[in-house]
Design a protein around this ligand. Structure first.
Ligand code: PEP
Ligand code: MN
Length: 450
């Protein structure tokens, strides 16, 4: 820890995507309350994730990070939480099997409420209104767009309730996914693809049966019945993040360090990673592992600067670089980034987010969508570029949901442009649905096989 750093230092730096409230006294009351509320995650959990991400950075495990673009307070409910957990656990089982390495699981969940926007205002029925900034700022309904500080407290309590139910489920054996043979693959339209998936499911089932037979899955410590799952969100509202940042003795180093106790992992988005900006200033002081989104506009030298700022000791796996170039641009940009980072001596976790560079407007209207083929193309190109550069892709980052939404086009269920309106739910970016998420996991398992 840099001795001089405090969780409020970012206030002296230029900030983008800031929220302007009408009543500052109200904001102060809310922040005061947040400062007194108990931590949601512990320092030992955060340290544990740091260790797991170090393994990922060294190529000894694979990171799966996924969840909603914008979590809503309404998703804090039994079924959506179970559905999200189920899809993440099933994907991670397929990946563990396919990559033959342990999988580190981080959900975009229990706090992923704030969204950066391209413009703070938008037009609605001829009137200019605030853009929707996420449930912790304002409401999606056009009549509820005024930023309301009470929503910051709402974010805390909805995060805490979500995390509590996730922990309850995992403690109660929800991760016992012994029966992939019962997974429903009826959505898969192509017979060839179905046969391939069935082959993977069969092999997975056989492996699990074998472990059962030899007793490898008995005992309290067994990894099949209970798993670690960490939570993450974009660190966008710095007042909220700072109020949950506490000075705690690290169980690992026994030194006092600043931990963000609102989430295990936080990331800086593509719009807020200015090297001299407020978000980077906040992120450089916390002990949690952090992510940085890397896009076509990231200058390689600037990326190295950023790494030096947030991780001066070059601790392995402290930083996860989440690349999101778009299928057409990976080949052009990724090699320069890999090379610059290699030369700098930093060893990050390299993760591919094949969603954010591939957002398009659907032909059938003004819905935002993503094409499954673009997502798969960016993923496979990223795997290949890393290999060609003697590097290794250490993980993947998806926007997904466990529900049967129709937001992305394609996949084995062959969703068409004209199907999008059937169940288009997202209030922000389009997500992979349950089937498309499993498709992705099966395909990654295949890349690893080959
Ligand atoms: C996101 O992850 O939802 C997001 C806004 O991504 P990016 O910052 O990469 O655009
Ligand atoms: Mn998004």
């Amino acid at each position: 820890m840099s001795t001089a750093w405090t969780p409020q230092d970012w206030k002296s730096k230029p900030i983008v995507q800031d929220v302007i409230y009408e009543d500052q006294a109200h904001v102060d009351r809310v922040l005061n309350k947040l400062t007194r509320l108990p931590p949601m995650v512990s320092a030992s959990e955060v340290d544990n994730l740091r260790r797991q991400l170090k393994d990922a950075a060294l190529g000894e495990s694979f990171l799966l990070q996924g969840g909603d673009c914008a979590e809503l307070f309404d998703y804090c409910s039994q079924e959506p939480i179970e559905a999200k957990l189920k899809v993440l656990l099933q994907m991670s089982l397929v990946l563990t099997w396919g990559a033959r390495t342990p999988v580190v699981r981080i959900a975009r969940m229990a706090g992923q409420y704030a969204k950066p926007r391209s413009s703070p205002m938008e037009m609605h029925e001829g009137k200019e209104i605030h853009s929707f900034r996420g449930d912790n700022v304002n409401g999606y309904d056009p009549s509820d767009r005024k930023p309301d500080p009470e929503r910051l407290l709402g974010a805390y309590f909805h995060s805490a309730a979500t995390l509590n139910y996730v922990r309850t489920l995992l403690d109660s054996g929800f991760a016992d996914l012994h029966e992939p043979s019962k997974w429903n693959l009826s959505h898969v339209r192509s017979e060839n693809v179905k046969r391939e998936y069935e082959k993977i499911v069969q092999q997975l089932t056989d492996s699990l049966d074998f472990m059962k037979t030899i007793g490898a899955d008995n005992g309290n410590t067994n990894a099949l019945h209970s798993v670690d799952l960490f939570v993450s969100h974009e660190a966008l509202l710095l007042d909220y993040e700072a109020s949950l940042t506490r000075l705690i003795t690290s169980p690992t180093t026994k030194e006092k360090k600043w931990y963000n106790t609102g989430s295990h992992f936080l990331w800086i988005g593509d719009r807020t990673r200015q090297p001299d900006g407020a978000h980077v200033e906040y992120m450089r002081g916390i002990e949690n592992p952090i992510g940085i989104k890397v896009g076509p506009s990231t200058v390689p030298e600037e990326l190295v600067n950023l790494l030096n700022t947030v991780n001066p000791k070059k601790e392995i796996g402290k930083v996860t670089l989440i690349t999101r170039f778009g299928a057409e641009k990976v080949e052009k940009y990724l090699p320069q980034h890999i090379e610059a980072v290699r030369q700098s001596g930093h060893i990050p976790v390299w993760v591919c987010d094949p969603m954010h560079g591939n957002t398009k407007t659907a032909a059938s209207g003004n819905l935002k969508t993503r094409h499954f083929v673009d997502i798969i193309q960016e993923l496979s190109q990223t795997f290949r570029v890393h290999k060609d550069c003697s590097s290794k892709l250490n993980g993947v980052h998806f926007e997904l949901t466990g529900d049967s939404v129709t937001e992305c086009i394609g996949g084995s269920m062959d969703l068409r442009d004209t199907d999008l309106s059937t169940n288009y739910q997202t209030h922000c970016d389009p997500r992979l649905n349950y089937e498309q998420s499993l498709d992705v996991a099966f395909l990654i398992a295949k890349y690893y096989e080959n």
